[in-house]
Ligand binder design. Structure first.
Ligand code: GCO
Length: 256
């Protein structure tokens, strides 16, 4: 086997949550290009279908799974449907996420809950269903999407920060319980990336300047720049890497 062969995902099936756009879509495309069959997920059938069409046009094998990642019954049902269709999930990327920017003094419990459910509880629900199938098979890759805010707080996005901090320890907890069963659970911590979710931040001149001056690379990241790390963590190249969060942040977390 050549060294690069271990990055090949041919014969693997990957579920990527929240993958009709943004980071999820970029990672789905990257995994498909590395040979994986990909299952796109979202709540909106039309946006998922549009993303699926794009990937199919490029020659990839794509399935569509429309379900709400925050609902226990919906997640359980989605995995039962995968079982019935003979889809064995080898790789999960827990990517689905939302943002809500508001100072904590004004924050409503419902908004706190919504952000925690979407960004953190979803990773538990999907990780649990996936691992219930991976453990008996003795292998599997779980990749949770964290953030710079897995390590550092930022005013006005505290529920997101708490959820992403939780992702870091959830990842370590998955490694603690499932590593002996041949499962690797790791996280990616993206820096400031050019996505729809960050549109308002990019449009804000002061914020844009702050990101560029605060990031050693001097620029925002492109969604595609997560792909290399995602392939590494999805492939056998990372078979002894477990419980880690790899920051893909242009160096931001390394400097004051
Ligand atoms: C925001 C957040 C994030 C950041 C990300 C950096 O206000 O929306 O700061 O979206 O881009 O957490 O890792």
């Amino acid at each position: 086997m050549t060294e690069t062969a271990s990055f090949d995902l041919t014969g693997r099936t990957a579920l990527i949550t929240g993958s009709s756009r943004g980071l999820g879509k970029a990672m789905a495309q990257g995994l498909a290009e590395a040979g994986a069959v990909v299952i796109l997920n979202g709540r909106n059938a039309e946006t998922v279908a549009a993303a699926a069409r794009e990937l199919r046009d490029a020659g990839h094998t794509v399935h569509e799974a429309i379900f709400d990642v925050t609902g226990e019954a919906a997640v359980v049902a989605a995995f039962e449907k995968f079982d019935a269709e003979g889809l064995e999930i080898d790789i999960v990327i827990n990517n689905a996420g939302i943002q809500h920017r508001q100072p904590m003094l004004e924050l409503a419990l419902a908004d706190w809950q919504r952000v925690i459910d979407t960004n953190l509880t979803s990773a538990f629900l999907i990780g649990r269903e996936a691992a219930r199938r991976m453990v008996p098979r003795g292998r599997g890759k779980i990749i949770n999407i964290g953030s710079l805010t897995s390590a550092l707080a930022r005013a006005t996005v505290i529920p997101y920060t708490v959820a992403k901090g939780g992702i870091k320890l959830l990842t370590q907890g998955m490694a603690a319980e499932w590593a002996a069963s041949g499962i690797q659970a790791n996280a990616i911590g993206p820096g400031y990336m050019l996505t729809d979710m960050n549109e308002a931040l990019v449009a804000n001149k002061d914020f844009d300047n702050w990101v560029k001056s605060r990031t050693p690379a001097g620029r925002w990241g492109q969604p595609e720049e997560l792909v290399g790390t995602a392939i590494f963590l999805a492939s056998s190249a990372s078979d002894y890497v477990n419980g880690q969060i790899i920051y893909v942040d242009g160096g931001m977390l390394s400097v004051l």
